[in-house]
Design a binder for this molecule. Structure first.
Ligand SMILES: [Zn+2]
Length: 233
């Protein structure tokens, strides 16, 4: 009883005070503490050091205002099943006590300016699956090297990628090729989501294998984008 009244009191805002709905962040890792203390000032410092981000709040703090897209991973995945695709995949598991359903979600986050991440979440609850996927996507953020690698263009602005790159996941293999200004994203709708969020405006995407498995398709593109920096070394 005492606790309850205490809580009530704390929630009464002073007159004229704007109450922000923002949650306070208490970092759980050293990296998080360094970010909150201002010792680390940019996401690049973390990505270049190769340290793993274990709390999504680090990304919220250093890269605020990330946008997101749900990838359509549910519905029929057979040939030509494009029309019935939905964001949440529902899978059933038969147990002694009956059927248990699990929801999966797959999210891409990005700032449309060179940073992108992907993440999958699974839960019995669809909303929780989305939240988990969002947190994972933030922790998987990468920097995408953009440029103008098209000999037909040569404008030198970062509207495309600097050179051809490849990525693989499962049976899916993708090749991304630099395209001249104005070509746009020559890719399917799901692939466009990750390319757009990465801040790429013109690119040609070639795919091989079973691309109806959107998780594999998007993961292959994510790896191809990640490889741009790996190839450089
Ligand atoms: Zn160009």
């Amino acid at each position: 009883m005492e606790k309850e009244s205490e809580k009530e009191e704390a929630e009464i805002p002073e007159e004229g005070v704007v109450v922000r709905e923002e949650k306070a962040w208490t970092p759980k890792t050293q990296l998080g503490r360094d970010v909150l203390a201002g010792k680390i000032k940019s996401i690049d410092e973390i990505l270049e050091s190769g340290k793993r981000i274990l709390e999504p709040e680090i990304v919220d703090y250093l890269l605020p205002g990330l946008k997101e897209e749900l990838i359509l991973i549910g519905g029929r995945t057979g040939k030509g099943g494009g029309a019935q695709r939905i964001p949440i995949r529902i899978t059933a598991r038969v147990t002694k006590s009956g059927r248990r359903f699990r929801m999966s979600a797959f999210i891409v986050v990005g700032n449309e300016d060179g940073y992108v991440g992907i993440g999958k979440g699974v839960s019995v609850d669809a909303r929780k699956a989305v939240e988990k996927a969002r947190r994972r996507a933030k922790m998987n953020i990468i920097k995408v090297w953009r440029g103008c690698g098209s000999w037909e263009c040569g404008c030198g602005t970062p509207h495309s990628i600097p050179f051809k790159t490849e990525g693989k996941c499962g049976s899916v293999r993708v090749i991304l090729m630099p395209a001249p200004k104005g070509v746009g994203l020559v890719a399917d709708d799901e692939s466009k989501k990750i390319l757009r969020l990465a801040g790429i405006k013109d690119v040609w995407v070639k795919t091989f294998g079973n691309t109806s498995t959107h998780i594999n398709l998007i993961t292959a593109i994510y790896r191809a984008l990640k490889n741009l920096y790996i190839y450089q070394r």
